[in-house]
Write a new protein. Structure first.
Length: 578
C-alpha cells in the first residue's frame, strides 16, 4: 500500500488509466478490462492511489476467498475439517501471496489484475458448485459464469484456456450426477449472459458495436506483429553453473530429508521434510535478497533477478509440494470419520486440485512475456492446492503461505528499490498533484516536469476531452494528464515491426475523431510512429498542424527527446463523418 502512493509510469500505466477512465474511446482492442474497472474510477473520483489500493485489496480478497472455500471443502481436504481459526489464518496468508502478480508491474489495475481476480472467483464458484447443494451450489455456478465473463474482459486468451481446462474437467464428473452438473453449467451460462448484458447496459454500447471493437482489436493485433505470441518459453539468462548448483542443492535436500526421515520414527518423517524444505527456501530467499540489492545498485540487470527469481520460486514451491506429499504418503493416519469415500470422491478431489494447479498456466496464456516468469506470478493458486493436501497437518498447512511470503520478500524489495520504469521509490519524496487523479509521490525532478505538463492545456487552449493522436508510440499517459482522449486506441504501440500498419488501422477505425484532433509527436522518438500514417487521412503534420508546446518526459520514459504538442490549423472532414 505504501508502494501504491509513489511512482508513475506513463507508458503501460498510462494505457491502464486511459482504458479505465474512458473505455469507450478505444475502438480497436481485445483487452476490455477498462469496462470492469470504470465504476471503481468513478467511485474514487479518479484518485490513482485509491484506485491502486482498491485493485490490490480486491485481488487479495478474491484469493483469500478461494483459499477459505477450498480449505472448507471436504472434497478437497480429504474429509478432515480444518479448525476455523487455523483456516482463517491460512486463508489470509495464502491471499497475501496474490501481490506476487504485481511485483515489477505498475500497481494500477490492469488486464493482468482483472484476470487473476476473475480466475480466483471462477475457481471459487466451480468448487462451490461441485461440492455444495441447493442455493449455495446455484450461487457457485452463477459466480462461475460471471467470473468467466470478467476473465474474458481481462484477457480473452485466458478465458479460452480456462474453458478448455474446466469443461473437460467437469465432463469427467458428469457420470457422478449428470443432471445436477448439467443444470449447474446451464446456470453458469445464464450468469455469464447476465454479466454480458450488464456490461453492455452500463457501457451503453449495442452488442454490434462491442463486437466491432473486438474485431478491430484482432485486426490491429495481427498487424502489429511480434506482440501476439501466445506461447513464449524464453531462456532464463543465467549460466549452466547456476542450474547445476540449484539441482545439487535440491537433490541434497531431498536425499537428506529421506535419509533423516528413514532413521527416525515414521511419524516424524513429515516434520523433517517440512523443516528441510523451509531451510532450502530460507537459503533461496537469502540469495534472492542479495540479487535484489545488487539490482538496486545497478550491478545486475533486472532480467537476472525477476525471471530466475520467479522460476526459482515455482521450483521451490514444487519441491515443497513433492516433499510434503511424499511424507504424507509415509505417515500412518486413521481415516477421518467425515472423509468422503468411493471413487467419485477421489475423482472430484483430483479434478479440483488439477484445476487449481493449472490456473497459473491459464493466467499466463497469451501473455507477451516469458511464460516461465508469468506463471510464477500466479503461484497463489497451486499454493492453495498444496495447502488443501496438507490440511490435516496444521504445521504443514501454515508452512505453505509462510514459505510463499518469505519468497515474496526479496522480490518486493527489488520492486521498491527498482520499480517498473521508474527510479527507486525511496527517492519519490515529492508529493505531486495530478489534478482530479489526486496526489502521488514522485522524484523532485519529475514533480517539476509534471507541473509544467499540467500547465500546458490552459496556456495553449487545450480543452478537456479534446481528441489527441499519440505518435510517440509510448506516451499514452500524457493524453490522460493533458485531459484529452485517445484517438483510435488507448495506446498506439510503437517499436514493433507492424506498428505503423497497426496505427493506420486503429486511426481508420476512429477516423471521425481526426477532425480537430491534436497530435503528440517528436523528432528522434525511439518508438515513434511515422508521420506518414496521417497522410492516408489527408493530413500532414507540418501543413495542417503547428507546434504550440513541448515537454520533457518523466523518468519512467527514460532518456527521450522532448515531445511536441501540435494543434490543428484547419479542419479536414473525413469521408462518411458528419
Amino acid at each position: 500500500m505504501w508502494q501504491g502512493t509513489r511512482g508513475l509510469d506513463l507508458t503501460d500505466e498510462g494505457f491502464y488509466l486511459n482504458s479505465i477512465s474512458r473505455p469507450w474511446d478505444d475502438h480497436s482492442s481485445i483487452l476490455l478490462f477498462g469496462y470492469a474497472y470504470h465504476p471503481l474510477y468513478l467511485l474514487f473520483g479518479g484518485d490513482i492511489v485509491m484506485l491502486r489500493w482498491a485493485g490490490l485489496l480486491i485481488t487479495t480478497l478474491a484469493v483469500t476467498l478461494l483459499a477459505w472455500v477450498a480449505l472448507g471443502t471436504p472434497a478437497l481436504v480429504g474429509g478432515r475439517p480444518v479448525p476455523r481459526k487455523l483456516r482463517a489464518v491460512a486463508s489470509v496468508g495464502l491471499g497475501a501471496l496474490s501481490p506476487l502478480s504485481l511485483v515489477q508491474f505498475p500497481l494500477t489495475p490492469s488486464y493482468n489484475s482483472l484476470t487473476e481476480q476473475a480466475l480466483a472467483l471462477a475457481a471459487t464458484g466451480l468448487i462451490v458448485g461441485l461440492s455444495r447443494k441447493g442455493r449455495r451450489a446455484t450461487a457457485g455456478w452463477v459466480l462461475l459464469g460471471v467470473a468467466a465473463w470478467l476473465t474474458f474482459l481481462g484477457k480473452p486468451t485466458s478465458a479460452a484456456a480456462f474453458a478448455a481446462l474446466v469443461l473437460p474437467a467437469v465432463a469427467l464428473l458428469l457420470r457422478r450426477s449428470p443432471l445436477r452438473i448439467m443444470r449447474g453449467l446451464a446456470t453458469a451460462l445464464a450468469g455469464c449472459l447476465a454479466a454480458v448484458a450488464a456490461t453492455l447496459i452500463l457501457s451503453r454500447l449495442p452488442p454490434a458495436a462491442f463486437l466491432e471493437v473486438l474485431a478491430n482489436g484482432l485486426q490491429t493485433s495481427a498487424a502489429l506483429e511480434g506482440h501476439s505470441d501466445l506461447v513464449r518459453w524464453d531462456e532464463i539468462p543465467l549460466s549452466k553453473a547456476f542450474y547445476l548448483a540449484l539441482l545439487a542443492v535440491v537433490g541434497l535436500a531431498v536425499l537428506g530429508s529421506a535419509a533423516y526421515g528413514r532413521v527416525r520414527l515414521r511419524e516424524r518423517w513429515f516434520r523433517q521434510a517440512v523443516v528441510a524444505s523451509m531451510l532450502l527456501l530460507g537459503s533461496a530467499v537469502l540469495i534472492l535478497e542479495i540479487l535484489a540489492l545488487w539490482r538496486a545498485h545497478g550491478l545486475l540487470p533486472m532480467a537476472y533477478l525477476y525471471g530466475p527469481a520467479t522460476a526459482l520460486g515455482g521450483a521451490l514451491l514444487a519441491l515443497l509440494c513433492v516433499l510434503c506429499s511424499t511424507a504424507w504418503q509415509h505417515v500412518r493416519r486413521r481415516p477421518a470419520r467425515a472423509a468422503p469415500s468411493g471413487r467419485d470422491a477421489v475423482l472430484t478431489r483430483m479434478v479440483l486440485l488439477l484445476v487449481l494447479t493449472l490456473l497459473p498456466a491459464v493466467y499466463a496464456f497469451g501473455t507477451n512475456n516469458n511464460l516461465w516468469s508469468s506463471q510464477g506470478r500466479a503461484a497463489a493458486f497451486p499454493a492453495i492446492a498444496v495447502a488443501a493436501l496438507m490440511a490435516g497437518r496444521p504445521t504443514a498447512l501454515l508452512a505453505i503461505p509462510l514459505s510463499g511470503l518469505l519468497f515474496l520478500t526479496p522480490l518486493q524489495t527489488a520492486s521498491v528499490l527498482s520499480p517498473y520504469r521508474y527510479p527507486s521509490l525511496l527517492s519519490a519524496t515529492a508529493v505531486t498533484q495530478l489534478g482530479s487523479d489526486g496526489t502521488v509521490g514522485l522524484t523532485p525532478v519529475d514533480s517539476a516536469r509534471l507541473a509544467r505538463v499540467r500547465a500546458i492545456p490552459r496556456r495553449v487552449g487545450l480543452q478537456p476531452g479534446t481528441p489527441i493522436v499519440d505518435l510517440t508510440g509510448d506516451s499514452p499517459g500524457y493524453i490522460h494528464l493533458l485531459g484529452g482522449r485517445a484517438v483510435g486506441q488507448a495506446w498506439i504501440i510503437g517499436g514493433y515491426p507492424g506498428s505503423n500498419a497497426a496505427a493506420s488501422l486503429a486511426l481508420a477505425h476512429d477516423r471521425c475523431e481526426l477532425d480537430g484532433a491534436w497530435v503528440l509527436a517528436g523528432v528522434g522518438q525511439p518508438r515513434g510512429i511515422e508521420e506518414s500514417v496521417l497522410h492516408e487521412f489527408g493530413l500532414d503534420l507540418h501543413r495542417d498542424f503547428r507546434p504550440v508546446a513541448n515537454f520533457e518526459r518523466l523518468a519512467s520514459g527514460g532518456s527521450r527527446p522532448p515531445t511536441e504538442i501540435y494543434a490543428p490549423t484547419r479542419a479536414i472532414a473525413q469521408p462518411g463523418c458528419s
